[in-house]
Ligand binder design. Structure first.
Ligand code: SF4
Ligand code: SF4
Length: 135
């Protein structure tokens, strides 16, 4: 993958929105990987928690928005407890979910889901979806 490094791409609007909504400074992360090593649902993620931050640090937010990882995050804050830099990834994941819902419309149309689907889907997806209407 080719990455264009410039002030414009590294600090693009979506990067700033993640920081604004989450209240977290993405540049604090120095990629030690402790968050990913301790995350209880990392096995199900298509992008590790530390990789989510790395992509965002490089301005590659569209890749982050396409990832399923934020929807698997259980907001358990194990990563926050382990992070030597005090980065709260659960807030970053929530910010990403919010942006996906704002940018891409109704990510989940509850009326089209069967009961079997509802039993399988990550609970965080529903919580984030409801927050869209209650924030
Ligand atoms: S534990 Fe903290 S500093 Fe280390 S990779 Fe994760 S977010 Fe970055
Ligand atoms: S808050 Fe989310 S990313 Fe962090 S350890 Fe828990 S499930 Fe993993």
């Amino acid at each position: 993958m080719r990455v264009k490094l410039s002030a414009e791409t590294l600090r693009n609007e979506l990067v700033r929105r993640i920081e604004e909504i989450s209240g977290e400074d993405l540049l604090k992360c120095y990629q030690c990987g402790k968050c990913a090593a301790g995350c209880p649902v990392a096995f199900a993620m298509d992008m590790l928690p530390s990789q989510v931050i790395r992509f965002a640090q490089l301005g590659l937010v569209e890749e982050v928005l396409d990832s399923e990882t934020p929807w698997f995050c259980a907001a358990c804050q194990t990563c926050y407890a382990r992070c030597p830099k005090g980065v709260d990834l659960s807030r970053i994941m929530e910010a990403i979910r919010e942006i996906v819902l704002q940018e891409r419309g109704d990510y989940i149309d509850l009326s089209t889901l069967s009961l079997d689907d509802l039993a399988e889907f990550p609970q965080q997806a529903f919580i984030a979806s409801f927050r869209k209407y209650t924030a």
